[in-house]
Design a protein around this ligand. Structure first.
Ligand SMILES: NC(=O)c1ccc[n+]([C@@H]2O[C@H](COP(=O)([O-])OP(=O)(O)OC[C@H]3O[C@@H](n4cnc5c(N)ncnc54)[C@H](OP(=O)(O)O)[C@@H]3O)[C@@H](O)[C@H]2O)c1
Length: 328
Protein backbone atom coordinates (compact mmCIF):
# COMPACT_ATOMS: atom_id res chain seq x y z
CA UNK A 1 0.00 0.00 0.00
CA UNK A 2 1.39 3.42 -0.90
CA UNK A 3 1.43 6.09 1.77
CA UNK A 4 -1.40 7.94 0.04
CA UNK A 5 -3.51 4.83 -0.23
CA UNK A 6 -4.04 4.91 3.54
CA UNK A 7 -6.56 7.64 2.78
CA UNK A 8 -9.66 7.53 0.72
CA UNK A 9 -10.84 10.83 -0.66
CA UNK A 10 -9.13 14.00 -1.67
CA UNK A 11 -7.83 17.23 -0.25
CA UNK A 12 -9.15 20.63 -1.32
CA UNK A 13 -7.42 23.86 -0.30
CA UNK A 14 -9.54 27.01 0.05
CA UNK A 15 -7.62 30.25 0.52
CA UNK A 16 -9.34 32.63 2.94
CA UNK A 17 -11.73 29.87 3.97
CA UNK A 18 -12.36 31.30 7.42
CA UNK A 19 -15.14 33.70 6.44
CA UNK A 20 -17.41 35.01 3.68
CA UNK A 21 -17.49 33.12 0.41
CA UNK A 22 -14.61 30.76 1.30
CA UNK A 23 -16.31 29.60 4.50
CA UNK A 24 -19.62 29.08 2.69
CA UNK A 25 -17.81 27.09 -0.01
CA UNK A 26 -16.15 24.88 2.63
CA UNK A 27 -19.50 24.25 4.24
CA UNK A 28 -21.12 23.34 0.92
CA UNK A 29 -18.27 20.95 0.02
CA UNK A 30 -18.53 19.23 3.40
CA UNK A 31 -22.26 18.77 2.83
CA UNK A 32 -21.96 17.72 -0.81
CA UNK A 33 -23.02 14.22 -1.85
CA UNK A 34 -19.92 14.09 -4.09
CA UNK A 35 -17.53 14.83 -1.22
CA UNK A 36 -18.19 12.36 1.59
CA UNK A 37 -14.46 11.61 1.86
CA UNK A 38 -13.09 15.07 1.16
CA UNK A 39 -10.61 16.78 3.42
CA UNK A 40 -10.89 20.58 3.44
CA UNK A 41 -7.85 22.74 4.27
CA UNK A 42 -8.71 26.33 5.16
CA UNK A 43 -5.60 28.30 4.22
CA UNK A 44 -5.77 31.37 6.45
CA UNK A 45 -3.54 34.28 7.42
CA UNK A 46 -4.87 34.27 11.00
CA UNK A 47 -4.84 30.86 12.68
CA UNK A 48 -7.25 31.86 15.43
CA UNK A 49 -9.86 33.04 12.92
CA UNK A 50 -9.18 29.86 10.94
CA UNK A 51 -9.64 27.62 13.99
CA UNK A 52 -12.89 29.39 14.87
CA UNK A 53 -14.09 28.56 11.36
CA UNK A 54 -13.03 24.92 11.76
CA UNK A 55 -14.98 24.79 15.05
CA UNK A 56 -18.02 26.39 13.43
CA UNK A 57 -17.92 23.92 10.54
CA UNK A 58 -17.58 21.07 13.07
CA UNK A 59 -20.58 22.27 15.02
CA UNK A 60 -22.53 22.36 11.74
CA UNK A 61 -21.82 18.72 10.98
CA UNK A 62 -18.29 18.42 9.54
CA UNK A 63 -16.73 15.19 10.78
CA UNK A 64 -13.42 15.10 12.67
CA UNK A 65 -10.44 15.19 10.35
CA UNK A 66 -12.51 16.51 7.48
CA UNK A 67 -11.55 20.14 7.95
CA UNK A 68 -8.50 21.89 9.35
CA UNK A 69 -6.65 25.16 9.18
CA UNK A 70 -3.14 25.80 7.86
CA UNK A 71 -1.28 29.14 7.91
CA UNK A 72 -1.05 31.03 4.63
CA UNK A 73 -0.44 34.74 4.15
CA UNK A 74 -0.81 35.64 0.48
CA UNK A 75 0.99 38.92 1.18
CA UNK A 76 4.19 36.99 1.87
CA UNK A 77 6.08 34.89 -0.68
CA UNK A 78 7.92 33.06 2.12
CA UNK A 79 4.60 32.14 3.76
CA UNK A 80 3.22 30.88 0.43
CA UNK A 81 6.30 28.75 -0.22
CA UNK A 82 6.23 27.37 3.35
CA UNK A 83 2.53 26.49 2.98
CA UNK A 84 3.10 24.61 -0.29
CA UNK A 85 6.09 22.76 1.15
CA UNK A 86 4.29 21.78 4.38
CA UNK A 87 1.22 20.57 2.50
CA UNK A 88 3.32 18.50 0.08
CA UNK A 89 5.30 16.98 2.98
CA UNK A 90 2.18 16.03 4.89
CA UNK A 91 0.51 14.51 1.84
CA UNK A 92 3.66 12.60 1.06
CA UNK A 93 3.82 11.30 4.63
CA UNK A 94 0.23 10.04 4.37
CA UNK A 95 -1.10 12.55 6.88
CA UNK A 96 -3.62 13.88 4.32
CA UNK A 97 -5.27 12.58 1.17
CA UNK A 98 -3.85 13.66 -2.18
CA UNK A 99 -4.49 17.22 -3.35
CA UNK A 100 -7.12 17.38 -6.08
CA UNK A 101 -8.55 20.88 -5.86
CA UNK A 102 -7.49 24.42 -5.12
CA UNK A 103 -9.90 27.32 -4.64
CA UNK A 104 -8.18 30.71 -5.01
CA UNK A 105 -10.76 32.65 -3.05
CA UNK A 106 -9.01 35.04 -0.66
CA UNK A 107 -9.12 38.67 -1.65
CA UNK A 108 -8.73 42.21 -0.42
CA UNK A 109 -10.25 45.49 -1.46
CA UNK A 110 -8.17 48.04 0.42
CA UNK A 111 -10.08 51.10 -0.77
CA UNK A 112 -8.16 54.37 -0.77
CA UNK A 113 -5.01 53.73 1.24
CA UNK A 114 -2.10 52.23 -0.66
CA UNK A 115 -0.38 49.49 1.31
CA UNK A 116 2.58 47.29 0.44
CA UNK A 117 3.15 43.58 1.01
CA UNK A 118 6.22 42.23 2.76
CA UNK A 119 7.79 41.68 -0.69
CA UNK A 120 7.15 45.25 -1.82
CA UNK A 121 4.05 44.74 -4.00
CA UNK A 122 0.96 46.93 -3.80
CA UNK A 123 -1.37 44.84 -1.63
CA UNK A 124 -4.41 44.49 -3.92
CA UNK A 125 -2.38 43.23 -6.87
CA UNK A 126 0.05 41.41 -4.55
CA UNK A 127 -2.58 39.38 -2.68
CA UNK A 128 -5.37 39.00 -5.22
CA UNK A 129 -3.13 38.15 -8.18
CA UNK A 130 0.56 37.56 -7.38
CA UNK A 131 -0.06 35.62 -4.16
CA UNK A 132 -2.41 33.19 -5.89
CA UNK A 133 -0.17 33.01 -8.96
CA UNK A 134 2.74 31.87 -6.79
CA UNK A 135 0.59 29.53 -4.71
CA UNK A 136 -0.84 27.73 -7.74
CA UNK A 137 2.60 27.34 -9.33
CA UNK A 138 4.09 26.06 -6.07
CA UNK A 139 1.26 23.55 -5.63
CA UNK A 140 1.17 22.29 -9.22
CA UNK A 141 3.68 19.48 -8.59
CA UNK A 142 1.44 18.28 -5.71
CA UNK A 143 -1.88 18.62 -7.54
CA UNK A 144 -3.09 15.25 -8.83
CA UNK A 145 -5.32 14.37 -11.75
CA UNK A 146 -8.23 14.67 -11.95
CA UNK A 147 -7.64 18.12 -10.53
CA UNK A 148 -9.39 21.46 -10.51
CA UNK A 149 -8.27 25.03 -9.87
CA UNK A 150 -11.02 27.60 -9.44
CA UNK A 151 -10.07 31.28 -9.26
CA UNK A 152 -12.59 33.64 -7.68
CA UNK A 153 -12.73 36.70 -9.92
CA UNK A 154 -15.53 39.26 -10.04
CA UNK A 155 -17.95 40.88 -12.47
CA UNK A 156 -16.27 44.20 -11.65
CA UNK A 157 -13.49 43.24 -14.10
CA UNK A 158 -16.04 43.86 -16.89
CA UNK A 159 -17.17 47.46 -17.56
CA UNK A 160 -20.16 46.12 -19.53
CA UNK A 161 -21.60 44.78 -16.26
CA UNK A 162 -22.12 48.35 -14.98
CA UNK A 163 -21.39 47.21 -11.43
CA UNK A 164 -20.77 50.72 -10.15
CA UNK A 165 -17.10 49.92 -9.54
CA UNK A 166 -14.76 51.80 -11.91
CA UNK A 167 -13.42 49.77 -14.84
CA UNK A 168 -9.95 48.21 -14.74
CA UNK A 169 -7.07 50.44 -15.86
CA UNK A 170 -4.52 47.94 -17.14
CA UNK A 171 -0.88 48.93 -17.22
CA UNK A 172 2.57 47.47 -17.61
CA UNK A 173 2.73 44.59 -15.09
CA UNK A 174 5.75 45.93 -13.20
CA UNK A 175 3.83 49.21 -12.74
CA UNK A 176 0.70 47.36 -11.56
CA UNK A 177 2.82 45.54 -8.98
CA UNK A 178 3.81 48.96 -7.62
CA UNK A 179 0.15 50.03 -7.54
CA UNK A 180 0.37 52.30 -10.60
CA UNK A 181 -2.67 52.01 -12.85
CA UNK A 182 -2.96 52.88 -16.54
CA UNK A 183 -4.08 56.24 -18.04
CA UNK A 184 -7.80 55.56 -17.47
CA UNK A 185 -7.18 56.23 -13.76
CA UNK A 186 -5.22 59.43 -14.24
CA UNK A 187 -7.91 61.79 -12.91
CA UNK A 188 -9.19 59.46 -10.14
CA UNK A 189 -9.26 60.61 -6.54
CA UNK A 190 -7.88 58.24 -3.90
CA UNK A 191 -11.05 56.21 -3.18
CA UNK A 192 -11.88 55.71 -6.85
CA UNK A 193 -8.24 54.83 -7.59
CA UNK A 194 -8.38 52.17 -4.85
CA UNK A 195 -11.59 50.71 -6.28
CA UNK A 196 -9.97 50.63 -9.70
CA UNK A 197 -6.99 48.75 -8.27
CA UNK A 198 -9.50 46.12 -7.11
CA UNK A 199 -11.26 45.78 -10.48
CA UNK A 200 -7.84 45.65 -12.20
CA UNK A 201 -6.70 42.86 -9.87
CA UNK A 202 -9.88 40.94 -10.73
CA UNK A 203 -9.10 41.33 -14.46
CA UNK A 204 -5.67 39.87 -13.62
CA UNK A 205 -7.49 36.89 -12.03
CA UNK A 206 -9.26 36.23 -15.35
CA UNK A 207 -6.07 36.57 -17.46
CA UNK A 208 -4.31 34.25 -15.01
CA UNK A 209 -7.07 31.62 -15.19
CA UNK A 210 -7.08 31.53 -18.99
CA UNK A 211 -3.26 31.44 -19.18
CA UNK A 212 -3.17 28.69 -16.56
CA UNK A 213 -5.76 26.60 -18.42
CA UNK A 214 -3.58 26.81 -21.56
CA UNK A 215 -0.55 25.51 -19.61
CA UNK A 216 -2.02 22.82 -17.35
CA UNK A 217 -1.47 19.15 -18.07
CA UNK A 218 -4.42 17.12 -19.31
CA UNK A 219 -6.73 16.13 -16.46
CA UNK A 220 -6.35 19.37 -14.51
CA UNK A 221 -8.78 22.19 -15.19
CA UNK A 222 -8.83 25.91 -14.39
CA UNK A 223 -11.90 28.11 -14.40
CA UNK A 224 -12.80 31.57 -13.13
CA UNK A 225 -15.83 32.22 -10.96
CA UNK A 226 -17.85 35.37 -10.31
CA UNK A 227 -19.90 35.01 -7.11
CA UNK A 228 -21.93 38.12 -7.93
CA UNK A 229 -22.46 40.91 -5.43
CA UNK A 230 -22.64 39.43 -1.90
CA UNK A 231 -23.40 42.24 0.54
CA UNK A 232 -22.34 41.65 4.14
CA UNK A 233 -19.04 39.80 3.70
CA UNK A 234 -15.81 41.31 5.07
CA UNK A 235 -14.65 42.59 1.68
CA UNK A 236 -15.68 46.19 2.42
CA UNK A 237 -13.89 46.25 5.78
CA UNK A 238 -11.57 49.05 4.69
CA UNK A 239 -14.20 51.17 2.97
CA UNK A 240 -15.26 54.52 4.49
CA UNK A 241 -17.51 54.09 7.56
CA UNK A 242 -20.84 55.04 5.88
CA UNK A 243 -20.23 52.54 3.04
CA UNK A 244 -19.29 49.87 5.60
CA UNK A 245 -22.45 50.50 7.60
CA UNK A 246 -24.73 50.25 4.58
CA UNK A 247 -22.84 47.19 3.27
CA UNK A 248 -23.00 45.36 6.58
CA UNK A 249 -26.37 46.33 8.08
CA UNK A 250 -28.70 47.35 5.29
CA UNK A 251 -27.87 45.69 1.96
CA UNK A 252 -27.83 42.08 3.27
CA UNK A 253 -31.52 42.55 4.18
CA UNK A 254 -32.38 43.98 0.78
CA UNK A 255 -31.15 41.19 -1.52
CA UNK A 256 -34.54 40.49 -3.21
CA UNK A 257 -34.96 44.23 -3.86
CA UNK A 258 -31.37 44.58 -5.13
CA UNK A 259 -32.00 41.70 -7.54
CA UNK A 260 -34.99 43.52 -8.97
CA UNK A 261 -33.60 47.04 -9.22
CA UNK A 262 -29.83 46.55 -9.54
CA UNK A 263 -28.91 43.14 -11.00
CA UNK A 264 -30.08 39.54 -10.75
CA UNK A 265 -26.47 38.69 -9.90
CA UNK A 266 -26.81 39.49 -6.17
CA UNK A 267 -26.53 36.59 -3.74
CA UNK A 268 -25.98 35.56 -0.17
CA UNK A 269 -22.55 34.06 0.57
CA UNK A 270 -24.32 30.71 1.15
CA UNK A 271 -25.81 30.77 -2.37
CA UNK A 272 -22.54 31.74 -4.04
CA UNK A 273 -20.54 29.36 -1.83
CA UNK A 274 -22.77 26.49 -2.97
CA UNK A 275 -22.28 27.47 -6.64
CA UNK A 276 -18.50 27.68 -6.13
CA UNK A 277 -18.49 24.28 -4.44
CA UNK A 278 -20.34 22.79 -7.42
CA UNK A 279 -17.69 24.14 -9.79
CA UNK A 280 -15.06 22.45 -7.63
CA UNK A 281 -16.80 19.11 -7.11
CA UNK A 282 -19.70 18.43 -9.49
CA UNK A 283 -18.89 15.75 -12.10
CA UNK A 284 -20.67 17.82 -14.77
CA UNK A 285 -17.69 20.25 -14.73
CA UNK A 286 -14.99 17.55 -14.74
CA UNK A 287 -13.56 18.47 -18.14
CA UNK A 288 -14.59 22.14 -18.40
CA UNK A 289 -11.54 24.37 -18.50
CA UNK A 290 -10.55 27.92 -19.42
CA UNK A 291 -14.09 29.22 -18.85
CA UNK A 292 -15.70 31.98 -16.84
CA UNK A 293 -18.73 31.29 -14.64
CA UNK A 294 -21.30 33.61 -13.17
CA UNK A 295 -22.64 31.38 -10.42
CA UNK A 296 -23.47 28.10 -12.27
CA UNK A 297 -23.71 29.71 -15.70
CA UNK A 298 -20.83 29.71 -18.13
CA UNK A 299 -20.73 33.24 -19.60
CA UNK A 300 -18.27 35.39 -21.51
CA UNK A 301 -15.90 37.55 -19.50
CA UNK A 302 -15.03 41.09 -20.64
CA UNK A 303 -13.80 41.70 -24.17
CA UNK A 304 -10.35 42.78 -22.99
CA UNK A 305 -9.96 39.64 -20.84
CA UNK A 306 -9.54 37.55 -24.03
CA UNK A 307 -6.31 39.37 -25.00
CA UNK A 308 -3.91 36.39 -25.04
CA UNK A 309 -0.80 38.53 -25.53
CA UNK A 310 -1.59 40.47 -22.40
CA UNK A 311 -2.28 37.24 -20.48
CA UNK A 312 1.09 35.83 -21.58
CA UNK A 313 2.80 39.09 -20.62
CA UNK A 314 1.16 38.93 -17.18
CA UNK A 315 2.22 35.29 -16.79
CA UNK A 316 5.86 35.96 -17.67
CA UNK A 317 6.11 39.12 -15.59
CA UNK A 318 4.48 37.34 -12.63
CA UNK A 319 7.04 34.54 -12.90
CA UNK A 320 9.81 37.12 -12.70
CA UNK A 321 8.22 39.10 -9.86
CA UNK A 322 7.69 35.98 -7.76
CA UNK A 323 11.23 34.83 -8.57
CA UNK A 324 10.27 31.44 -9.92
CA UNK A 325 13.25 29.82 -11.54
CA UNK A 326 11.44 26.95 -13.29
CA UNK A 327 9.87 28.45 -16.43
CA UNK A 328 6.42 27.01 -16.99
N1 LIG B 1 -18.32 40.25 -1.60
C1 LIG B 1 -18.59 40.47 -2.87
O1 LIG B 1 -19.59 41.13 -3.22
C2 LIG B 1 -17.70 39.87 -3.94
C3 LIG B 1 -18.09 40.05 -5.28
C4 LIG B 1 -17.30 39.51 -6.28
C5 LIG B 1 -16.15 38.81 -5.94
N2 LIG B 1 -15.79 38.66 -4.63
C6 LIG B 1 -14.56 37.91 -4.35
O2 LIG B 1 -14.87 36.85 -3.45
C7 LIG B 1 -13.70 36.50 -2.73
C8 LIG B 1 -14.03 36.34 -1.26
O3 LIG B 1 -14.43 37.61 -0.78
P1 LIG B 1 -15.50 37.79 0.40
O4 LIG B 1 -16.55 38.68 -0.13
O5 LIG B 1 -15.84 36.49 1.01
O6 LIG B 1 -14.62 38.68 1.41
P2 LIG B 1 -14.15 38.44 2.92
O7 LIG B 1 -15.30 38.06 3.76
O8 LIG B 1 -13.38 39.67 3.27
O9 LIG B 1 -13.15 37.21 2.81
C9 LIG B 1 -11.87 37.38 2.27
C10 LIG B 1 -10.96 36.29 2.79
O10 LIG B 1 -9.64 36.52 2.26
C11 LIG B 1 -8.72 36.41 3.33
N3 LIG B 1 -7.49 37.15 3.09
C12 LIG B 1 -7.33 38.48 2.90
N4 LIG B 1 -6.02 38.77 2.76
C13 LIG B 1 -5.34 37.60 2.87
C14 LIG B 1 -3.98 37.24 2.85
N5 LIG B 1 -3.01 38.17 2.74
N6 LIG B 1 -3.63 35.95 2.98
C15 LIG B 1 -4.59 35.01 3.14
N7 LIG B 1 -5.91 35.28 3.20
C16 LIG B 1 -6.27 36.56 3.07
C17 LIG B 1 -9.48 37.00 4.53
O11 LIG B 1 -8.84 36.64 5.73
P3 LIG B 1 -9.12 37.45 7.10
O12 LIG B 1 -10.46 37.02 7.59
O13 LIG B 1 -8.00 37.04 7.99
O14 LIG B 1 -9.10 38.91 6.76
C18 LIG B 1 -10.82 36.30 4.32
O15 LIG B 1 -10.75 34.99 4.79
C19 LIG B 1 -12.66 37.58 -3.04
O16 LIG B 1 -11.74 37.09 -4.00
C20 LIG B 1 -13.49 38.70 -3.64
O17 LIG B 1 -12.74 39.48 -4.54
C21 LIG B 1 -16.56 39.17 -3.62
Amino acid sequence: MTKQAQHLGETVVITGGNTGLGFACAQAILRSPYCAQWHVVLACRDLERGQNAVDALGSRGAGAGQVEVMPLDLASMSSIRAFAKDLATEIDAGARPALHALVCNAGVNPASTKTITEDGFETTFGVNHLGHFLLVNELLPTLQTPGRVVVVASGVHDPAQKSGVPAPAWNDVAALAKGELGPLASSDRALRYGQRRYSTSKLANVYFTYALARRLPSGITANAFDPGFMPGTGLMREAPAPMRFVGKHILPHAIPLLRRVFSPNVHTPAESGAALARLVTDPQFATTTGKYFEEDREVRSSEESYDEDRAAELWNASLALTKQTTRR
